[in-house]
Design a protein around this ligand. Sequence first.
Ligand SMILES: [Fe+2]
Length: 240
Amino acid sequence: MASNKTRVIARMDRVVNDFVARCRYFREPMTRGRAKMFVMQHRLNTRQRNSVLKLKVATNCTDWDTRIRIIQACSEEVIADHEHGGGRPHWQILEDLGVRIGLDRAAIRRARPLPSTRLCWAAWEGLMANRHWLEGIVANTCAERANIPGYGKGRIRKAGWFGLERHRWGRLFKLSDDELEFFELHEAADIAHSNQGWRAVERFAKQYHMEDAVVAACEQNLNVWEHYLDGIAAAGDQLR
Ligand SMILES: [Fe+2]
């Protein structure tokens, strides 16, 4: 990470670093049950976030270019990603991965959000729909930020969150990098998506006197992400 970054960016990076370092989901071993639950919940979560929550942030955004980029990123997630995903939406690529690890496609589609997932959606609604768009864009991008190498320790620091997942899912299920494309494509897509958020903070936080607010938004949103992942782990541990 560049050493000439502004103070507010350095503070946000510290918050992401703390999240990556403490989150049990990253530190505890991946299991078949957790991986299966991740597919079922994250397919729903990515649809909810990108067709509902992030669009509320776009609606509130007063900077035209930023607003269009948010909509563009959402469209890659839920409609078609021509840049990284061969024209498929990300939730569908995740569905294909679910089939490869032994889930039945109909069962993936039947899955309902866990109570913990629903609680997170309600929390994010509060942190995204009715806030200043600059806090909203931090909410949109702070978890994707963890996919960028440089946060936490060990493999996640070297490869980012989804680089870590690609490694451990590959070992657990004997899948090739091609078969783990969901994680691989995010390593590129998320650098682009999360850079939008960090760049907007760099451009606007000082001007809007919102440096403390964006750092607080980053903390609160990542606390919700931690709850979401803990919920997946707990429910995944009940699966066979
Ligand atoms: Fe995605």
